[in-house]
Design a protein around this ligand. Structure first.
Ligand code: HEM
Ligand code: HEM
Length: 449
């Protein structure tokens, strides 16, 4: 558990100094170094993936760029952009979380954290080269093929070995939960390897009849399970025991039962029971903030806590509205879904992950708390989502809208490009701060040694 706790009360004035005084949180120097190195890796991938996002956004405005880059066309850059965002930016903060929970950020195992991170990053680099060379399974987020299809699961297994070794050498609390966690984590690399096989089921799967209330509820419940579990690995509970915590778990259990009971075959979003069941998620809009208030948070997390909770309370009703009869029929395969993806990933998931990293890094979390970068990221992501929803709505009525160049279409895509530059600038700001922190910690180590 993080020793660097304050109550959820007043925030420090943000941003905190560029080079802060040595941590007073009680976190060890070794742990600070491991967490800072992990932040460096995930921010590096965010910056690279965002730069690629700018490139593909530019290609949609100026298709001539495709000719300049030869075989490295839009279709090859697209999986690189998406996979680096998912397996680089969105996954490495969870690796940081696991390091912390299993004690891999502390002696005696901490020295192994760096090789694990480099194996992970090497697998991502190899994957990018292979996708750019035109090798892909064609499956969304499961494009792994050839050597990278082995290398990435190997990186995951290296992480698993480190976590298991850290578990064995320390005498951790919550042993049963941690063993269950290790057992579940062991399955993931094998699943990724197997599911990436296009022969198992094809990239466009004729056996699935599209989204159902059950499938949407299922994936949303996985996200809610992560939200409910995260605080236990990050911090301690407030001393008073109040209603939100048991209520949240009871509602989660009830929705799981509902989800298991919902029809899956031959159903559509036109059936009221499907969209009414999905509507049960709306209860999480007030319940999630109440649940998070039951825990103690580091004062540096305040901005990002508010941000992820705000995005969450926008994601649930808009995601639900997207599924409604008439709406999904209009939005399907349009830019509207690109807007939803960005809302979910750049808005909600990114804010949640930065919140997790700031909580873990404690005083060192200042790297994410620059006022300019925070508001630039949030405002640009929101504007991006809004213009994509608008473009999607137009495209739903006129499928040629996003394909045939026109003043409005080009205008929207140019604004998206400009917003992409702002998102990139914010991520670069965090990356530069992460480098500064890294250097600072090394200097500190050199002085103390
Ligand atoms: C972390 C949270 C979430 C992520 C990362 C996420 C991501 C995605 C992605 C990538 C797609 C595919 C977009 C496309 O086909 O272009 C999608 C579709 C969709 N999502 Fe989400 N989503 C999240 C939460 C939600 C929630 C909470 C709801 C509902 C309450 C929801 C409802 C939908 C619907 C209805 C679709 C359209 C499905 C289809 O027609 O294929 N999403 N989402
Ligand atoms: C510099 C910022 C960014 C720019 C300029 C950008 C640009 C783009 C573009 C042009 C597309 C293709 C849309 C299409 O199919 O027409 C796209 C898709 C996508 N991007 Fe980004 N992106 C950025 C940041 C991000 C971030 C931060 C994430 C996630 C954390 C992300 C995740 C995705 C996903 C999941 C898709 C697929 C959407 C879908 O097909 O539904 N992007 N992006």
């Amino acid at each position: 558990m993080s020793p660097s706790l304050t109550s959820s009360e007043p925030a420090v004035k943000l941003p905190v100094p560029l080079i802060p005084a040595p941590s007073t949180s009680g976190t060890t120097q070794t742990s600070r170094e491991v967490l800072a190195t992990t932040a460096f890796h995930c921010l590096l991938w965010l910056v690279i993936a965002n730069a690629i996002g700018i490139l593909i956004a530019a290609m949609l405005v100026l298709p001539g760029i495709n000719n300049l880059l030869g075989e490295w066309t839009y279709g090859r850059w697209m999986p690189v952009h998406m996979n680096l965002q998912l397996y680089g930016w969105c996954s490495l903060p969870l690796v940081m979380f696991l390091f912390h929970v299993y004690g891999a950020d502390r002696k005696p195992m901490a020295d192994w954290a760096r090789p694990v991170l480099w194996t992970w990053s090497t697998a991502l680099a190899a994957g990018s080269v292979s996708w750019l060379s035109g090798h892909s399974s064609g499956k969304l987020f499961l494009d792994w093929t050839g050597y990278p299809r082995v290398l990435f699961p190997v990186a995951m297994l290296a992480l698993w070995l480190l976590l298991t070794a850290s578990y064995c050498v320390s005498r951790p609390r919550y042993r049963t939960y941690k063993i269950i966690g290790l057992a579940l984590l062991l399955v993931v690399p094998f699943l990724i390897y197997i599911a990436s096989n296009p022969a198992l089921y094809p990239p466009v799967n004729p056996d699935t009849g599209g989204p159902t209330g059950a499938s949407q509820l299922e994936s949303s419940l996985v996200i809610i399970a992560v939200l409910l579990l995260l605080p236990f690995g990050l911090t301690e509970r407030q001393p008073q025991r109040r209603w939100p915590l048991p209520t949240a778990w009871i509602i989660f259990a009830a929705e799981t039962v509902l989800c298991l009971g919902l029809g899956r075959a031959d159903v559509s979003h036109h059936r009221p029971i499907q969209w009414i069941s999905l509507g049960s998620l709306l209860v999480w809009i007030p319940l999630t903030p109440a649940y998070f208030r039951e825990f103690k948070w580091h004062r540096n997390t305040r901005l990002w806590r508010i941000a992820f909770l705000c995005w969450w309370s926008v994601l649930i009703p808009t995601g639900w509205a997207l599924f409604l009869p008439g709406v999904l029929d209009h939005f399907k395969f349009t830019d509207g879904l690109v807007g939803h993806s960005l809302l979910a990933m750049a808005g909600f998931v990114s804010s949640l992950l930065i919140f997790v990293m700031v909580q873990l890094m404690g005083d060192d979390g200042w790297i994410f708390n620059g006022t300019w970068s925070f508001y630039t990221w949030q405002a640009s992501a929101l504007a991006y989502v809004l213009i994509m929803f608008y473009a999607g709505w137009r495209e739903g009525s006129d499928p040629a809208f996003s394909i045939v160049p026109g003043l409005l279409r080009n205008g929207i895509y140019t604004v998206r490009l400009l917003l992409g530059l702002l998102l990139f600038a914010a991520s670069l700001d965090w990356f530069v701060d992460a480098l500064t922190l890294h250097k600072e910690l090394r200097q500190h180590k050199a002085v103390t040694v």
